[in-house]
Design a protein around this ligand. Sequence first.
Ligand code: MN
Length: 201
Amino acid sequence: MSREDALETYRSKRDFAQSPEPPGDKGASDQDKRIWVIQKHQARNLHYDLRIEIDGVLKSWAVPKGPSTDPSVKRLATPTEDHPMDYADFEGVIPEGEYGGGTVIVWDAGRYRNLRTDEDGKEMPMPACYEDGKIEVSLAGRKLRGGYVLIRTGKDKSGRYRWLLKKIKDDQADNPVSPEPRSVLTGRTLEEVAAEEGPAG
Ligand code: MN
């Protein structure tokens, strides 16, 4: 699928005259510089949006409870539409009444390494991992470090795929997730972004 096709749903849900979100024209990173981001999003419900660069778009999951660093804890991760690469730097206030209305900060971000290999020990391409329903990556973030696995487990009642997010047992496991609520991009909290960029700001 082309990047333009992949972003069709993203664009169709948004009115860029109303929302400060990027329409998306940034291309893929170099293979060794592929990125991931977790955005903390105060919408109707507070949740975390995990996004992983695959094939020039950010594959996305909403994780209501956010990531855990405990390998015995599985967190529900509901897939959402592919987001454009430029979304990784998006922080701001989406007006009420617009899709995803609420405040967004970049809670953590960094590069990743694909941990999945084929029988020959060669890296399994990320699009193949996604199609296969199992993604294993090592995250180099400011708050999250080390291996995480995303596993597709089946469909929910409305026919949408369910995925689970889990820490891989490694030397970074069980380090508590930083309680630091601030953006790794601008050092601001959700409340500060809302106050500065919201309708009353
Ligand atoms: Mn969201």
